[in-house]
Design a protein around this ligand. Structure first.
Ligand code: N01
Length: 532
């Protein structure tokens, strides 16, 4: 079937749903969304692994464009769990009546720009062709599962799963020997929950990781009321902070604070729990000396929690600055290693060689398991876009244009790919920000841009190559002012995927500065874009 539309949105998670709403209900475009899953939810549709929960606190992890939606929904816990977020997104989709305009179980396999017709031709796995003027990717940053290519995986006699493609029916670990590979945010959330059920859990750690207690808890009635009464103010606060959270980064510097006082501050932040640990001092991500104080504090905490000295040493032998990789938060992660049925295996010194029929093979020998859980992350940021097989002007494929790393303007537009917008694309704050805040800003900007084009009879918008050059230079410069690029094994850099170019992908200048830049670009007639 060939379907002609004004616009097509790819993906029906937080981003795609909001973009569909704006384009359909505000701009009155003829627009649809396509979604590979059988339901809305994106990340939260696919990531159903045990312990899956958001690290943003619930009162900032939702749509804030509608006060009505904010007042009608009530979160039950400090951090929303996967099932509750999925319920929330279904609630929002139903309130906005979005589902009727989303084609589910529809995976995009290619998108080709037809310059003569000034249209994108988008092909789906089912054989449909969407012919559209505007193409908006809302495919998320972490939606292309990375299953390491371990030789012999196909010979494994047990079951294996990637956390980002978790079976809807769940996995029963009762009585099973489980091997889990990966100790990022996902593995750190999953391990304590799996360990409670499994006969034995063996965690295969390549890079030791920091983690701070989340201190999740049910929300008291008073707080729920506070959120309802202050919905507008909460929204406003998330627009004023560097990372779209409701907490502000303290003005004080770790290097100018007396050791005793600093310890008290870290201790209080540890007790309070959550991502705001990294907001304790303003110099934590810019000064190695400051960062060392936080790193040292967390490492000492790990050693104080984990009883077996060898395991404690492995867990606290962390090779990167605190928060230079996305910092996880946890519920009893380090405590889990005190259980009799949990073992930690270091696969940095003795890497995984492959998978046998019976289990996981490292240079140290075979670890027999019944189930393997790959908490091995994603081909982040560029992976989901590349999977769409996008071909722009003059037959240039995105995979060739980005061979040396992503190159775009504002993280939103790509030279040679007219009328294509990438929500939370590389080069935008995205994963360094509370995602719904970054998403709403992008979707609003895109809607305003399309509105401007229609009001002025403009047919195409395309980033100028020189604007792309400047933007990439700015993204690099901002990242290099921080310690972020110093984590060698970070997915921010693409370093988790063999052969992927090492480029720091997110915009590290903060959401406030980024928003101002985008607004001023629009106010100056979409400076840096060619409009025709
Ligand atoms: O993935 P990761 P994730 N052999 O890439 C290891 C978001 N998120 O799914 O560090 C052995 O961080 C890898 O080792 P190394 C959040 O933004 C959010 O955990 O590359 N090990 C690492 O330990 C997060 O950052 C939330 O050396 C291998 C792990 O697998 C992002 O998603 C919850 C390996 C992968 O860690 C991704 O997190 C969860 C190999 N061949 C996730 N390959 C919330 O907000 C990889 N590893 C709650």
């Amino acid at each position: 079937m060939t379907i002609e539309l004004d616009a097509l949105v790819i993906g029906a998670g937080f981003a795609g749903m909001y973009q569909l709403h704006l384009l359909r209900d505000q701009l009155k475009l003829n627009v649809k969304a396509v979604e590979a899953g059988t339901g809305v939810g994106g990340t939260w549709f696919w990531n159903r692994y045990p312990g899956a929960r958001c690290d943003s606190e619930s009162h900032v992890y939702w749509y804030t464009f509608s006060e009505e939606l904010m007042k009608e929904w009530e979160w039950s816990e400090r951090y929303p769990g996967q099932a509750e977020i999925l319920r929330y997104l279904n609630f929002a989709a139903d309130k906005l009546d979005l589902k009727k305009d989303i084609a589910f179980e529809t995976r995009v396999i290619s998108a080709q720009f037809d310059a003569a017709a000034n249209r994108w031709r988008v092909a789906t796995q089912g054989g449909d062709i969407y012919v559209v003027k505007y193409l908006i990717s809302a495919v998320g940053c972490l939606s292309t599962a990375n299953v390491p290519k371990f030789p012999g995986l196909e010979t494994f006699a047990g079951d294996w799963y990637h956390t980002g493609e978790w079976p809807h029916a769940g996995v029963d670990f009762t009585g099973k020997r489980v091997g889990m590979v990966g100790t990022g945010s996902t593995g750190i959330q999953a391990a304590p929950v799996i360990a409670e059920q499994a006969a034995h859990l063996t965690v295969f750690q390549r890079t030791a990781n920091y983690s701070v207690p989340a201190r999740n808890a049910p929300l008291p009635t008073e707080f729920k009321q506070y959120v309802k009464q202050n919905a507008k103010q909460i929204r406003a606060t998330t627009r004023e902070t560097l990372n779209g959270m409701a907490f502000k980064i303290e003005d004080r510097k770790a290097v100018e604070t007396q050791a005793e006082e600093r310890e008290k501050i870290y201790e209080a932040a540890w007790e309070r729990g959550g991502l705001q640990f990294r907001a304790s001092f303003q110099d934590m991500l810019t000064s190695k000396e400051a960062n060392d104080t936080a790193a040292d504090f967390v490492k000492r905490k790990i050693r104080s929690i984990v009883k077996d000295p060898k395991t404690a040493a492995l867990l606290s032998d962390i090779d990167h600055p605190y928060a230079a990789k996305r910092p996880p938060i946890d519920t009893d992660y380090f405590e889990t290693y005190n259980r009799d049925n949990v073992t930690l295996v270091d696969v940095r010194s003795k890497p995984i060689m492959g998978i046998s029929e019976r289990g996981i093979l490292t240079e140290d020998g075979e670890y027999p398991v019944d189930i393997i859980v790959f908490a091995t992350g994603f081909d982040a940021m560029t992976g989901p876009l590349q999977r769409l097989n996008i071909v722009g002007r003059d037959g240039v494929a995105l995979k060739d244009a980005w061979e040396a790393g992503p190159r775009n303007y504002l993280g939103l537009g790509i030279a040679g790919f007219p009328n294509l917008f990438t929500i939370t694309g590389p080069g935008s704050p995205s994963v360094l920000c509370n995602m719904p805040v970054a998403i709403e800003q992008h979707a609003d900007w895109i809607a305003r841009c399309i509105e401007h084009m229609r009001a002025n009879g403009l047919e195409t918008i395309e980033a100028k190559p020189e604007a792309v050059e400047q933007w990439i230079a700015e993204v690099n410069e901002l990242a290099n002012k921080t310690l972020l690029p110093q984590a060698k094994h970070s997915w921010y850099l693409g370093a988790n995927i063999p052969g992927k170019p090492r480029v720091f992908m997110p915009y590290a200048g903060g959401m406030v500065r980024y928003r101002e830049t985008c607004d001023s670009v629009a106010a100056n007639g979409y400076e840096g874009f060619v409009l025709a």
